[in-house]
Design a protein around this ligand. Structure first.
Ligand SMILES: Cc1ncc(COP(=O)(O)O)c(C=O)c1O
Length: 410
């Protein structure tokens, strides 16, 4: 079977074969529990975990003792957000007025849902609204600050549109006000240089499977100095990870995570330039070959590998059917029985129709220029074909503004 071209690296990446190589011995040869302190099996595994801690910390400018291993970015976000809120709560559980949190409406669900739970549990959340460019600015955060603000959680880069928020500047506002600052950096880390010191970040989540590492392993950076951040554990048990996350460590996964971080560190610059050129080619060519094509989000403040493009006058599901040779994400999300337009695109102000007829194309380490060329051909053919069948597109070509038409029903 001919598999479609993979352009969904924001959903997950292929594990780099060099990462798999590094992991393999830790299944069958070096299999001790790193928590076993009194024999060599344990020490070997502990050594491997320590090395991975160094590799992970070094990628983001942190110290190895500031890394907490988790099962992925979802867990890292939950631990950061609920753990901070519970630790710094201003009133006991069961009461209202427990503290104020600032987040934003286009965060990943792994941030939205923990915040919504805290809202139900007596915390106040201010949901910032980005402008049409998708950016959350430091000024928006400053304006939302209150005397009882305990946490700001704003993603570094958005997973659907790739826009980059003003993270160092937001961090500076939080530092000035003495408020803990968490960022979900799942789409950012590994692709762009990160320095938690210079960028004023207190808590940072990321995930193995977005950086060519294995699935089911992630990390949370927890600042230890200036200021020291304390978290309420969400998992009770053996007190692993300095009491913040109990559970036997996933040693092969952690080794893979560390190896993936080191590769990203080493290859980031070249990879970034290559992917940026490919992404630009996608955007430039698609916009040149067709009209009514819109790249969503800020034109410049964007990840190198990801683009989100709306194609006017095509129907979303038909578009997806027309590009079966390309594995990518659409502007629709499956909820129970229906297709809902993406809340991120709607959050930027896009209408339902245009949100449905949007594609997220995300490139990665294994994407080639040939694949990009094929995708440009495939998408162009599908869109032009669908527009031939569209009476609305005919009207548009006749110069009629379809938003002004009054439709009659008989
Ligand atoms: C921005 C962002 N946050 C969190 C997650 C969840 O990551 P994980 O799959 O590691 O739990 C994702 C993955 O889709 C993401 O893109």
């Amino acid at each position: 079977m001919n598999r479609p071209i993979y352009m969904d690296n924001a959903a997950t990446t292929r594990t780099d074969p060099r990462v798999v190589e590094a992991m393999l011995p830790y299944f069958t040869e070096i299999y001790g529990n790193p928590g076993s302190r009194n024999h060599a099996y344990g020490w070997e595994s502990e050594g491997a975990v320590d090395k991975a801690r160094e590799q992970a910390a070094s990628l983001i400018g942190a110290g190895p003792k500031e890394i907490v291993w988790t099962s992925g970015a979802t867990e890292s976000n939950n631990l950061a957000i609920k753990g901070t809120a519970q630790m710094y709560a201003k009133a006991p559980a069961g009461s209202t007025g427990r503290g104020h949190i600032i987040s934003c409406i286009i965060e990943h669900k792994a941030v939205l849902d923990p915040c919504k739970r805290l809202e139900r549990e007596g915390f106040d959340v201010t949901w910032l609204q980005p402008g049409p460019d998708g950016i959350i600015t430091a000024e928006m955060v400053r304006e939302a600050m209150r005397d009882d603000t305990i946490l700001v959680t704003i993603m570094w880069a958005n997973n659907e549109i790739g826009t980059i928020n003003e993270i160092p500047e937001i961090g500076a506002v939080c530092r000035e006000k003495g408020v803990v600052f968490h960022t979900d950096a799942t789409q950012w880390v590994g692709k762009m240089p990160t320095d938690v010191q210079a960028d004023n970040v207190d808590l940072l989540s990321w995930s193995g499977h977005k950086i060519y590492g294995p699935k089911g392993v992630g990390a949370l950076y927890v600042r230890r100095r200036r200021p020291r951040v304390r978290l309420q554990a969400q998992m009770d048990g053996g007190g692993h990870e300095r009491g913040m996350r109990s559970g036997t460590l996933n040693v092969p996964g952690i080794v893979g995570f560390g190896a993936a971080c080191e590769l990203c560190d080493r290859e980031m610059e070249a990879e970034r330039d290559r992917l940026l050129a490919l992404r630009r080619k996608l955007e430039v060519e698609l916009s040149a070959r067709m009209d009514v094509v819109e790249v969503n989000g800020h034109a410049e403040r964007r990840l190198p590998n990801l683009t989100n493009i709306s194609f006017g006058f095509v129907e979303g599901e038909s578009l997806m059917m027309g590009i079966k040779d390309i594995a990518c994400s659409s502007g629709s999300a499956c909820t129970s029985a229906s297709l809902e337009p993406s809340y991120v695109l709607k959050g930027l102000g896009l209408g339902d129709e245009l949100a449905h007829s949007s594609l997220r194309l995300s490139l990665g380490r294994f994407s080639t220029e040939e694949e990009v060329d094929q995708a440009i051909e495939g998408i162009t053919t599908a869109v032009l074909h669908l527009r031939k069948l569209s009476p609305l597109y005919d009207l548009h070509n006749e110069g009629i503004d379809i938003t002004t038409i009054e439709w009659q029903s008989h």
